[in-house]
Design a protein around this ligand. Sequence first.
Ligand code: NAD
Length: 359
Amino acid sequence: MTASLFQPEFAYTSAPQRVVFGPDAQDHVAAEITALGRKRALVLTTPEQSAAGKGLLAALGTLGAGHCADATMHTPVEVTERLLAVLHDLQADCFVAIGGGSTTGLSKALALRTGLPQIVIPTSFAGSEATPILGQTEGGRKTTLTDPRVRPTVILYDVALVRTLPPHMVVASGMNAIAHAVEGLYARDRNPISSMMAIEGIKALASALPRLTSGAPTDHDWGEALYGAWLCGTVLGQVGMALHHKLCHALGGGFNLPHAETHAVILPHAVAYTEAAVPDLLRPVAAIFGTKTAYEGLTAFAQQIGAPTRLSAFGLTEADLPRALDLATANPYWNPRAVEPEPLAALLARALVGDPAQP
Ligand code: NAD
């Protein structure tokens, strides 16, 4: 019999958030706005997803205050401030974000500064919609804060909106979600509920992603992946992150590497680095992939779904490695295995060129 996830000591804080899975999310937005007691929503998208935003604004009629398609990666503060300046004229009293983590980021940044509620319709597997975490960039520096005001009030998950996610993003964003849950399993402040959600989230993505990346996926497959992303994001919102997320933040912020792809490359390496310190906590991951260790399972899975394997594909060079190491070891996040420069330098060198992960 496998052991339960019971821990003799833990703290669990649940947070209010309405989560709805089902078709025709856009048709339900008006009812959600009204249920929140709001009258005018500002619709947010990236430029690439502008058509979805325009469509929703038209459907909202008088409940729509406007549409802004300025959301962009890493949530630059100047974009947020530009929008704040026009918010009053638009008389918006809530936000509706349709998009991936970048659009959710803009919505969160506006909510932080205004206290207004947010409805998020996620279209990737980033999981940001389920967290009270906001990363913002100012003067070339990305900083992260946690504040209950940035947690979206309502999430509407609809497979119709995620089906258009480009194939490379399906893979990378799926690995990004799995990374939240894997690190949640060995987080210092994990609890039995976050661990349950982490295991179920990884299971859902491990089941759905291979079908999304080969053949003709069904709505059930897309829905299962969104379900996994929600669970993994919820884990991220509950516990502290460790070496994997630190490496990704250092590489993303320091070298402008793409967020989801960086997670996909780094995950097997970061887990290989850490696993010997917490083999029992990572056993459920190995069991899901049917391998001896979690890092071997993640390596094989990444290969199966065609995940990127080398940071050099995104412009990182050997000359960047010393600064990457400095950034990764400055103010390190707690990690089950101590973060030491020498093995970390070797990890980064392997991830640069796509050599296999090693303990
Ligand atoms: P993204 O939101 O930047 O999206 C990448 C591109 O894909 C964009 O052009 C977007 O418009 C497009 N796209 C997204 N969904 C699409 C769809 N269904 N169809 C067509 N195009 C689509 O990428 P992401 O990986 O979702 O988010 C990355 C950002 O999210 C980063 O800034 C990261 O820091 C943040 N993030 C934050 C948290 C948190 O809890 N605060 C968690 C995860 C990620």
